[in-house]
Design a protein around this ligand. Sequence first.
Ligand SMILES: [Zn+2]
Ligand SMILES: [Zn+2]
Length: 142
Amino acid sequence: MDCPKDGAKLQTKAYESDIEVDQCAECGGMWLDEGELEKIQKSTEHDYGDELREMPPFATRAYEMARQQAAADLCCPKCGQEMTKKEYAYASQIIVDTCLSCRGVWLDRGEIEALEVFFERSKSNAAEIRKGFFGSLLGFFR
Ligand SMILES: [Zn+2]
Ligand SMILES: [Zn+2]
């Protein structure tokens, strides 16, 4: 497959345990087939504690999101269909190019890291909420 941005050949690389991605050496972009991003989400191996604390301020990401939304649509490297820009998950502020036909996604350089931080953050948010919930239950029965 060729890079949808600059036409360079994508190279197959192992990402974390057993996930294979196609990466562009020119621009650092990354192609993920259907389901691969979900696999990465489930297997976040890195400790992103430091990055969590150093997440760019909300305004910076909002600006970045607007910039990406204004960029031209890319064509899917796999099936040639025009891809659609979508915010990855509610309020993630991360725009990914998605192919509606083969359901793969294209990530620009740095977006996979941003997504991993987002996954980690949603996980720790969920843990906090659970703690709060059970905490209040315990208080109730005391
Ligand atoms: Zn490229
Ligand atoms: Zn496609």
